[in-house]
Design a protein around this ligand. Structure first.
Ligand code: S3P
Length: 748
């Protein structure tokens, strides 16, 4: 039954398909279904006799009918693939025929017009008419250009109406899927607006630009010097003029709407050029570049928003290996976030070097771009932030999406609480489960108006225009995010704001505020800011992230014969708990060339393999190593004897419940690991087996199990690893360079 392809599993071939209009789209539809064996007979019809002949010769259809009535006779599905303005006449003729139970569908690029014509001709929209639009095609046209694979991995939008027959919809949907298309359903009006903006407007601009330039007297001269940019921008001006003239007439309303919006933006650009307003130009261009990069990822199906949650990225970590050489891990995540936030609120231009180009920090950049800040880069870790001052942020055009980044959401909530505009902060599935009451509650005490989803989960809706009062806050938990949030809100409060922490937490906000010339008083465990000062732009050099370095510190400690140096690592004393804990376990770690860079202590860290021993982790070190516990649990599994962690309940509300998720994974590898409400007990010393573990979308869990493989007896498959890109985008490349045997599982 199948000629060239396989029928869709579980579907019966359609006995009789009629395709009216044998151009590129109609021809490809017919040919794909025919070759795939999805139809008993494919009958074509076209007004042009030559197209009919060619369609049979090229195997596009089984046969051609000599009239529309003959083609439709007994057809189960009739595909209308004629130019959009020919549709009205075709529908008039169809309305006169007895179509029996045939399902009608079409491929027109604008849907409102087709539905309107069908209503006029049939008296109502026939329930068995399923309007459709394949987003595929090329500058080529005609039946000779038909290809059976044209729709594979292309989007097809079906726009059923309320009373469309569900069986007819399912049938048409199934045919497109049989051709390998990604089918989506959409409302007619929405379809026409989306297409007007993303397809029709660009075509209008391309045709218009080429014509406008060609008309000028010196046109030959202009085209002689036209370079790649002109060629790329105007490629689509080579499309079929008749077809496009049809589309603009058919989708008039939606096109006018999007064209008017664009004209206003173009006028603003014109004014900026006229007035020599480079700041506006840079703003438009940097935002466009970032948006274009984001779209490219979507187009290549690599969008971080999408792929991470729809596709399981599996790391395969092979056993054994030892680490050597010198590596520099990417920039510190906490400092990268703060450089954008404070740089945006400063007056003047802040230059950042060593910025972490991971998705969390990029989400912070995007948030400030959304609020009107011009930010250039990142480019090889360099970012230029054109600060707008404490009162210069603008209302974002919509909700601010912060991906996986808890730090972005918590710190931003503080500085947004006092802005004159409303904001909504949203995040991915993991962030949407994390507790925000820890910031919302004290911010409300300062006078902020904040709504959250039940139990204080995101999204956070922050109402603007509030007057904040200063306050003293005794933090119930040791959290740098809460402390930073309140200090940032304090910049806008009427009186001074002070925060006392129950244990020392990272102090990058305090240090960086001072680096920007904003006074912060730190006395013991209390930090205080007063309103009324300004931030002045600064130069920031972001050191390598000690949290990312920690994976290599543990890796080199547990893998026999290792000797590795980690360069230029930030060793702020509020972050070095991991070094202290590893040293207590007997690790061989040396800090070399200690120096201070831009207000933050930095060192090179040499780590050599050592026999580790289990310990009771001192509770005062917990906040100083808060992000490093997943990999410390791996160290504990390889150490002689028992390691006990207490006082670390915070680990349960990180990107995942890190106590439970690590205990589950370690147990799967044969380690005796017992979770407790606020920590874990690990019996180390016996060897690790291989197996399947789940990272639950938590970057640090994924990297920790990659490290575990160094001492495993068989490969470890780690599921759900895509979020490694949030903090350590080049982890796999650096791990391989250092001597680890971990990569993406090839499941092609
Ligand atoms: C961070 C503080 C810590 C840490 C997070 C980054 C920061 O969170 O876990 O990765 O940049 O302030 P908590 O403050 O919630 O402990």
């Amino acid at each position: 039954m199948s000629r060239n392809g396989e029928p869709l599993p579980g579907t019966k071939p359609l006995p009789h398909l009629a395709v009216v209009g044998l151009g590129l789209i109609g021809g490809s539809f017919a040919m794909g279904l025919r070759e795939g064996g999805h139809c008993g007979e494919v009958v074509g019809f076209d007004l042009d006799p030559r197209s009919r002949e060619l369609a049979v010769e090229l195997g596009v259809v089984d046969r051609c009918a000599s009239s529309l009535a003959e083609a439709c006779q007994g057809a189960d599905v009739i595909q209308l693939a004629v130019p959009i303005l020919a549709m009205e006449r075709l529908l008039t003729e169809l309305a006169r025929l007895d179509l029996g139970q045939s399902v009608l569908t079409d491929v027109g690029s604008a849907k409102g017009n087709v539905v309107r014509c069908a209503r006029e001709q049939f008296g109502r929209m026939p329930p068995r008419f399923v309007p459709g639009h394949p987003i595929a095609g090329s500058e080529q046209s005609g039946v000779t250009a038909a290809q059976s694979t044209l729709f594979r991995r292309h989007k097809v939008i079906l726009t059923p109406l309320e009373d469309t027959d569900p069986a007819a919809l399912a049938l048409v949907d199934g045919l497109w899927r049989a051709l390998g298309a990604d089918v989506e359903h959409m409302d007619v009006r929405h379809h026409d607006e989306v297409l007007a903006a993303t397809s029709h407007l660009p075509h209008l601009l391309a045709f218009g630009l080429v014509d406008s330039l060609a008309k000028r007297n010196e046109n030959l001269e202009i085209f002689r010097y036209a370079a790649g940019g002109f060629r790329d921008f105007t490629r689509i001006a080579g499309s079929d003029p008749v077809m496009w003239h049809d589309i603009f007439l058919a989708n008039r309303e939606a096109v006018l709407h999007t064209l008017d919006d664009f004209r206003a933006d173009l006028d603003a650009l014109r004014a900026a050029v006229d007035e020599g307003d480079g700041h506006t130009l840079l703003g438009v261009f940097t935002r466009a570049k970032a948006a274009r990069e984001h779209f490219s990822k979507i187009l290549a199906r690599r969008a971080y928003v999408d792929v991470m949650h729809s596709k399981d990225l599996i790391f395969l970590a092979n056993p054994g290996g030892s680490l050597s050489g010198q590596i520099r891990v990417p920039g510190d995540k906490s400092i990268s976030h703060r450089s954008i936030m404070l740089g945006s609120l400063a007056e003047g231009t802040t230059e950042v070097e060593g910025f972490l180009e991971g998705e969390d920090a990029l989400a912070t950049i995007q948030a400030f771009r959304d609020m009107g800040v011009v930010i250039e880069g990142p480019n090889e870790g360099r970012v230029t932030v054109h600060g707008v001052g404490l009162h210069g942020l603008k209302a974002p055009p919509g909700p601010i999406y912060l991906g996986n980044s808890g730090t972005s959401m918590r710190l931003l909530s503080g500085l947004l609480a006092a802005q004159p505009f409303d904001t909504t902060l949203t995040g991915d599935a993991s962030l949407s489960k994390r507790p925000m009451n820890r910031v919302a509650k004290p911010l409300r005490e300062m006078g902020a108006v904040i709504e959250t989803a039940p139990e204080g989960r995101p999204p956070m809706i922050i109402r603007g225009g509030q007057k904040l009062s200063g306050m003293h806050y005794d933090m119930p938990m040791a959290s740098a995010q809460v402390k930073s949030c309140l200090l940032l809100a304090g910049l806008y409060a009427a009186e001074k704001t002070s925060v006392t922490e129950p244990a020392p937490t990272r102090d990058h906000t305090e240090r960086m505020l001072q680096g920007f010339g904003y006074p912060v008083q730190v006395e013991g465990s209390t930090a205080t800011v007063e309103p009324g000062h300004t931030l002045r732009s600064a130069q920031i050099e972001v050191p390598a992230d000690i949290s990312s370095s920690a994976f290599f510190m543990v890796a080199a400690s547990i893998a026999p014969d290792s000797d590795i140096t980690l360069e230029h690592v930030g060793v702020n004393p509020t972050r070095t708990g991991v070094i202290d804990i590893l040293k207590l376990m007997g690790a061989n770690i040396e800090l070399i060339n200690q120096r201070e860079v831009g207000g933050e202590p930095v060192a090179d860290i040499r780590v050599r393999a050592a026999q580790l021993k289990g310990i009771d982790i001192p509770e005062e070190l917990v906040p100083l190593a808060i992000d490093e516990f997943p990999v410390l649990f791996v160290a504990a599994s390889c150490a002689e004897g028992r390691t006990t962690l207490r006082g670390a309940e915070e680990l349960r509300v990180k990107e995942s419940d890190r106590i439970q998720v690590m205990a589950d994974g370690l147990q799967a590898l044969g380690v005796n690991a017992t979770p407790t409400p606020d920590g874990i007990i690990i019996e180390g010393g016996s060897s690790l087996g291989g197996g399947e573990v789940w990272a639950h979308g938590d970057h640090r869990i994924a990297m920790s199990f990659s490290v575990a493989a160094l001492r495993a007896t068989a490969p470890i498959r780690i599921h759900d690893c895509a979020n490694v890109a949030t903090s350590f985008p080049n982890f796999l490349a650096l791990a391989e360079r250092a001597g680890m045997r971990v990569g993406v599982e090839d499941n092609s």
